[in-house]
Design a protein around this ligand. Structure first.
Ligand SMILES: [Zn+2]
Length: 122
């Protein structure tokens, strides 16, 4: 029997400020969010029976993204820090760090989030 596809997820939180210069409403003013980031990796199990050790996943996401963005003005990180572009930047950083990403979800508020999945045709 082929084993089922196995996905492992860790969730993280960070606090940051941003403003969206193009926005017609309140988002053009500097304001903050309690962001949440869910990072999922997928792949075959290794000899230890894990896709990736949770500790390793946490270390990579913290060092590459959370430590860079927590308590920052995200307009210093990128020109137009929308949730979509932040999620894409996180995807890029984590892929460059070698994570086999299957999904990434960035929550800007408790009822609004962005979902990314691998591009097809790559
Ligand atoms: Zn905002």
């Amino acid at each position: 029997m082929t084993p089922p596809r196995t996905r492992v997820t860790c969730t993280f939180g960070f606090e940051a400020a941003h403003r969206l210069a193009w926005h017609p409403g309140k988002c053009r003013n500097l304001h903050g969010h309690s962001y949440r980031l869910d990072v999922s990796v997928e792949g075959p199990l290794d000899a230890n029976g894990v896709v990736l050790d949770f500790d390793t996943l946490q270390d990579v996401v913290r060092s590459q993204v959370i430590d860079q963005w927590d308590h920052r003005d995200l307009n210093d990180v990128m020109d137009n820090p929308t949730a979509e572009l932040l999620a894409q930047r996180a995807w890029e950083l984590l892929t460059e760090a070698g994570l086999p990403l299957a999904a990434l979800r960035l929550w800007e508020t408790t009822d609004s989030w962005v979902d990314l999945s691998p591009a097809t045709g790559d």
